[in-house]
Design a protein around this ligand. Structure first.
Ligand SMILES: CC(C)(COP(=O)(O)OP(=O)(O)OC[C@H]1O[C@@H](n2cnc3c(N)ncnc32)[C@H](O)[C@@H]1OP(=O)(O)O)[C@@H](O)C(=O)NCCC(=O)NCCS
Length: 147
């Protein structure tokens, strides 16, 4: 590894990509948890920019935003061969443990055409729907969850 240990500690604290591998080392999926991005970042996907804009206005309760920034949860993808085996819940357990000392909440978006993802977000992450929004010609649910 070229990066010092401190770099990894900071990366885990600020956000990161969690990867699941099986006994043979084959990658089964990943779940991302990253810090709230700067919505002015020109490289940001439009869907993330719109999500942050809406989340900022929806979550602006008291000092929350100034003291404890929220995280962005996702994307998450589990290889078809590994679905339905508890990997999603294992990811959630791992990411909750990793981030709850750094963030109270995370926001996420789910396509309105992805009922499986909406189910896992609500039933397994405990996320609540805050509303819907459009970006890049598609419709999304905006959700918030507690770590
Ligand atoms: C979304 C995803 C990460 C979930 O992982 P998974 O291993 O399939 O999750 P699980 O098997 O633990 O849970 C799936 C749940 O969805 C339910 N489900 C499956 N199809 C469904 C559908 N069409 N509508 C509603 N719920 C559905 C299952 O019954 C199960 O719920 P239960 O455990 O309460 O019975 C995975 O399916 C995936 O990678 N999909 C492709 C990428 C994607 O859509 N990512 C999310 C958006 S970034």
């Amino acid at each position: 590894m070229l990066h010092p240990r401190d770099w990894f500690a900071k990366a885990v604290g600020l956000g990161g990509i969690h990867v699941a591998v099986d006994e043979s080392g084959e990658v089964g999926g990943y779940m991302a948890v990253t810090p709230r991005p700067d919505p002015k970042d020109p490289g940001l996907p439009a869907v993330v920019r719109e999500m942050v804009r809406l989340a900022d206005s929806n979550l602006a309760d008291g000092k929350f935003l100034a003291t404890r920034p929220y995280a962005i949860h996702g994307p998450v993808c589990i290889d078809e061969r590994f679905r339905g085996k508890g990997v999603f819940s294992a990811f959630h357990q791992a990411t909750s443990n990793a981030y709850r000392n750094f963030y109270d909440r995370a926001v996420l978006f789910v396509s309105v055409d992805n009922p499986r993802s909406l189910h896992t977000a609500t039933a397994k992450l405990g996320a609540r729907t805050m509303g819907r929004f459009s970006a890049e010609g598609a419709e999304f649910h905006l959700l918030v969850m507690e770590f």
